[in-house]
Design a protein around this ligand. Sequence first.
Ligand code: GMT
Length: 373
Amino acid sequence: MKIGIVCYPTFGGSGVVATELGKALADQGHFVHFISYNQPARLDTFTENIFYHEVIINKYPLFAHAPYETALAGKMIDIVKAEHLDILHVHYAIPHASAALMAKQILKDEGIHIPVITTLHGTDITLVGRERTFADVVSWSINNSDSVTAVSESLKQDTLEHFKINREIDVVPNFIDFDRFNKKPRDHFKTAIAPAGEKLLVHTSNFRKVKRVEDVVEVFAKVFPSIPSKLLLIGDGPERSNIEQKCRELSMCDHIIFMGKQEAVEEILSVCDLFILPSEKESFGLSALEAMACEVPVISSNTGGLPEVNIHGKTGFMAEVGDTDQMAKYALELLIDEAKLNQFKEAALQQAELFALSKVLEKYTVIYNRHLK
Ligand code: GMT
């Protein structure tokens, strides 16, 4: 198959899932063409059947805002025709789905049929997509795609509840590549970060408001007096200075390490004891799954698709959004009881195995095959 994948090129979850999916499809022998405004962050090695096509918008004095959607549709048309693509798989509804449908319509007028698969990832439905300016376009794009997938049952229900949807949505969960995400023996690294054997709590995200990273700091500040520990914050983003301020207010700066954006996040996860994800909204929580694959239990909020990933009382615990007291209690329950912590670590790995790449890849190829002539 020749597959066009449209995604955001950033470290954000939808871009990561799209890129890893493309790489896995290429491993199976398919030809994969990525279309985006930058080279996807995880597309970092040369593979002979993976191609990257950049969407470039020339500056023009009239453009207060660059017309990305039009440029993207134009690029899709060009690549579908030049590379004889069989399918376009777009990740994140805005503006990828509507741009793909514009491309589809234009190609149809030229006698070319191209099926469009749209994968909904989260904030395209639960946050930004709901804004009045976007909602009707999102509904239309969902209704007119050839297939639509959502990364969790919760996201599917959210979509049906908040948009005018008149079609089926398939749930295809996010996945984990165990070749990369597994617990690695990195004792030297652990000794360097936690020389006195401190417990390591960790959080990774893009530091957007929706992630509530300040709650992570609060949870840590409530755990710290009872157990020698450190907090590792991986990532960066718009809330960084507010988070730093929170660390200062709580006098926790000496025990919290801002690690910035890290490529080899699995190396760091491998030496950690507990992953904290207190998001306001989270359609799936890929970062939690990555932690679990590295045998790190999760303390999360009970929101969106998180209960489908983090099993309360087994792979970690969940508390209501903002309830940092309860999250800290749960964290301590595990951190002070080594046997219980180890039991949760094992269960986290077992749960992550349900989302192994091979199982999920199959679901996408079944959907693609539905639309091939
Ligand atoms: O969570 C983010 O900030 C990134 C965002 C994205 O669209 O890139 O992630 C969303 O998609 C991920 C992959 O499907 C999911 O694992 C995340 O839960 C989801 N984020 C939210 O719903 C807030």
